[in-house]
Design a protein around this ligand. Structure first.
Ligand code: AKG
Ligand code: FE2
Length: 245
């Protein structure tokens, strides 16, 4: 179904029926690019958490601040280059998803690996980042749950929306979804109750072949989460080693 073509603008990939705004591109990278990325993730860098493994590139934040070092080339090419190449709207081909972010580009990547049965608790991504999140999925499909808010402002206990992320896809979340709603990944081995009325991006999926009677069993899934960290510390400037920058 919807795949990335030269003339595409992001508006064609908007997920309807969700709080604004989320976009889903099912075939953002090729099979070869997916495999190359999986091969490049350095094994010694994994940090084992209780429910998943994690790597932070180029480094962990300290007090919501990133040390000014650049991302390695394999995390820039092809993903960041391609994100920059998709116009937000057809009327302004120069403007992309990070045009208005502090550094005009993502400067930070989290790599999360989830084995079947693993997940991430409902959370918000917080104030360290410019509110645009680009997630590329590798290896397996998985569902991201998005939680609604009750009238009095508390979060509902059951997720209200489900976004199915296929391997090789790009999911972009921004706006209200970033600022007002929690998201998480359930600790299940199998996704169930999947269909056009429960999966918000059903119409944008590449294929529904693996979904049998509304279910599929998860395989190991790796995600690359690209964001722009707002505060960047220039160490050189701080210590005066490189003169003023
Ligand atoms: O792996 C994912 O798709 C979600 C990760 C996430 O929510 C996060 O790192 O903040
Ligand atoms: Fe998150």
């Amino acid at each position: 179904m919807a795949s990335l073509t030269g003339s595409a603008c992001l508006e064609n990939y908007r997920i309807q029926g969700l709080p604004s705004s989320a976009f889903y591109i099912s075939e953002f990278i090729s099979d070869l690019e997916e495999q190359a990325l999986l091969d490049k993730i350095p094994k010694p860098r994994w940090k084992q958490l209780s429910k998943r493994r994690l790597q932070t590139w180029p480094s962990e934040l300290a007090k919501n601040t990133l040390l000014d070092t650049s991302l390695p080339k394999w995390l820039i090419e092809p993903i960041i280059t391609r994100i920059h190449s998709i116009p937000l709207t057809a009327s302004d081909p120069q403007k992309h998803m990070f045009s208005d972010s502090p550094h005009g580009s993502p400067n930070h990547v989290l790599i999360n690996e989830y084995l079947p049965g693993q997940g991430i608790m409902p959370h918000k991504d917080g104030a360290a980042y410019h509110p645009v999140v680009c997630t590329v999925s590798l290896g397996s499909s998985i569902c991201l749950d998005v939680y609604g808010t009750k009238e009095e402002g508390t979060t509902e206990t059951e997720p209200k929306w489900k976004i199915l992320q296929e391997p090789r896809s790009l999911l972009i979340t921004t706006g209200e979804i970033y600022t007002d709603h929690l998201h998480g990944i359930a600790e299940v081995e199998e996704e169930i109750n999947l269909g056009p009325s429960t999966v918000s991006n059903w119409k944008l999926l590449r294929s529904t072949d693996e979904i049998i009677e509304g279910r599929f069993k998860r395989l190991p899934r790796t995600s690359l989460t690209y964001r722009d960290v707002i505060k960047v510390s220039k160490l050189g400037a701080k210590f005066g080693i490189f003169g003023s920058r």
